[in-house]
Design a protein around this ligand. Structure first.
Ligand SMILES: [Mn+2]
Length: 545
């Protein structure tokens, strides 16, 4: 079944992860034609991790990028052969099943790859001038040539050339003498002297042809250490099949370039196209999973995607430009890419994407179970800072009332306080994780800036850690290649914030907020990065033109 990924934005917050998770559940119920998988494209922040842990649900899997991978096109259904299997099996498989590439497997171990090219190479080699010597595997005689063993002995594989005993005995002896010390596989009819000579000289194998069904050869075989096989075919056909009984081991490319299921489609395609091979083996770690042929790379598959809690390409997963966006559900400003086909978009200016997902449950008439209710609630309460943020709408409040009822949560305030108490205490946390855990970057008038946000339950300790955080802001600014980097520290209890900022000499001092000390502004009544701080920053940057 085709998979559709549902993802929130980079540096995912609780709203992004919860909405992806809850929407995947809904879609899997209402649209069983696809498999909807919630993913995250960054590390979980502490609040989100705690929430999933508390509810006892596995958080969405981390996906680094959605570009087409080898795993999307690998052929995993195939017939394989064993290294000792005869060439005959390969030729049959290729002509009857039209297999262009056949893996050679020794149990679960990958032992090589075979294609028409290797069969061609075999015939080219054996006709290259020298009398060919072959590696025989006697067990294969009975698999390819109709007949039976008369003497088996150890059946080990050996190397030899092929010879028939059709000539006069003394010519036969001279010919053999000239090839000594090498010994042949002898294909011979019921010719007593020829046979006796082969037995006395310990030929590795003798194939008898032209014997009647109940015929025997009247020679004492006790001292003979080789193999004797009685063929029901005539001599010409026996020789043809004898060469087809050779084991595949020697034919296969045993160490072709390997690719991994996680390798990029384009990289593997280039590797294959630039090689002389028809196919490449594909591994998942050390495990062989299948192979790719040129046919696999005719068209690059497109991953279907649903974006929640964001709609801009630069806030989304790596490789999205190669994927197909089929839905967007978001509460941010709309700056989506053009699409080729009509898509489903819900853009509602509510406090949380989880409120939008709640509306989708209503729309489809799908019942919300207590666990999903709790998850949606967590998204709404965290994104609206317990419904105190100015982004909060009546719709969010209605949703919270219904969801509290379903999840049997008596007080949304208590639920919220518990949610935020899990948030990191600034002086105990790692400044890099705090700033970059929920960091959004913007471009306005070609000025690149970024704002991180962290919710705390008191602003009292900010001064203790201020210098440390200002230093980290400078590092983050360089890392994201920005002109200006800020951290909004929000007290969710008192509904005030502090802004820590790198120097931005051109405009920083134009902010309406009072500067308390270097790099630290007091933002009374500011809770929302999106609705309160961002418009102020944008207007300051515009005024600067
Ligand atoms: Mn959100």
């Amino acid at each position: 079944m085709q998979e559709v990924y549902i993802t929130g934005h980079r540096n995912p917050d609780l709203d992004a992860v919860s909405s992806a998770w809850c929407y995947a559940r809904l879609k899997n119920i209402v649209d069983p034609d696809f498999s909807y998988i919630p993913i995250r494209i960054g590390h979980l922040n502490e609040t989100t991790r705690n929430q999933f842990q508390k509810i006892g649900v596995e958080p969405p899997q981390f996906v680094r990028d959605v570009r087409a991978k080898v795993g999307d096109v690998v052929t995993t259904e195939y017939i394989s052969l064993h290294p000792e299997d005869p060439i005959y099996s390969l030729v049959t498989l290729m002509s009857r099943k039209h297999a262009s590439v056949v893996p050679l497997m020794d149990g679960n171990r990958f032992a090589g790859l075979l294609s028409l090219d290797e069969i061609t190479a075999f015939f080219l080699r054996e006709n290259a001038g020298e009398r060919p010597r072959y590696r025989f595997y006697p067990h294969n005689f009975s698999k390819v040539i109709r007949g039976e063993f008369i003497k088996k002995n150890d059946m080990k594989s050996f190397e030899a050339y092929i010879m028939t005993g059709a000539m006069e005995f003394d010519i036969y002896c001279n010919r053999l003498q000239s090839l000594m010390p090498e010994l042949p596989v002898l294909v011979v009819g019921k010719r007593k002297h020829h046979l006796q000579y082969a037995i006395d000289n310990q030929f590795p194998a003798i194939i008898l042809t032209g014997l009647a069904p109940d015929d025997s050869i009247d020679i004492n075989l006790d001292s003979f250490k080789g193999v004797i096989y009685k063929s029901n075919e005539d001599t010409a056909e026996t020789i043809r099949l004898l060469r087809m009984s050779l084991p595949l081991r020697r034919l296969a490319i045993t160490q072709p370039p390997q690719v991994s299921v996680d390798d990029l489609f384009d990289d593997a395609k280039r590797l294959l196209m630039e090689s002389q091979y028809r196919g490449l083996p594909v591994f998942d770690g050390d495990t062989f999973v299948g192979f790719v042929t040129r046919r696999c790379f005719l068209e690059r598959p497109k991953r279907k995607m649903i974006l929640v809690d964001h709609n801009e390409l630069n806030q989304s997963v790596e490789g999205l430009e190669e994927a197909e966006i089929i839905e967007i559900l978001d509460h941010h400003r709309l700056d989506a890419e053009k699409t080729q086909h009509p898509i489903f978009i819900v853009s509602e200016p509510v406090g949380s994407t989880c409120t939008i997902i709640y509306h989708q449950y209503l729309r489809w008439g799908v019942e919300i179970d207590p666990l999903t209710a709790r998850m949606l609630l967590a998204g709404i309460v965290s994104d609206t800072v317990m419904l105190k943020s100015p982004t909060t709408t009546k719709q969010d409040m209605v949703a919270v009332d219904v969801l509290c009822e379903i999840a049997s949560i008596p007080s949304v305030l208590e639920f919220g306080e518990e949610l935020f108490s899990a948030a990191s205490l600034l002086h105990k946390a790692n400044p890099k994780h705090v700033i970059e855990g929920d960091f959004k970057t913007y471009v306005e008038n070609s000025i690149r800036f970024g704002i991180g946000q962290v919710e705390v339950t008191t602003l009292e300790k900010v001064d203790e850690v201020k210098e440390e955080y200002l230093k980290q802001l400078k590092t983050t600014k360089r890392k994201y290649d920005l002109d200006w980097a800020m951290l909004l520290v929000t007290d969710v209890m008192k509904e005030d914030s502090i802004l820590l900022t790198t120097p931005y000499p051109k405009r920083e001092k134009a902010l309406i907020y009072p500067l308390e000390s270097d790099g630290k502004y007091i933002l009374k009544g500011v809770l929302s990065r999106k609705k309160q701080l961002l418009p102020e920053i944008i207007s300051v940057l515009k005024d600067g033109l």
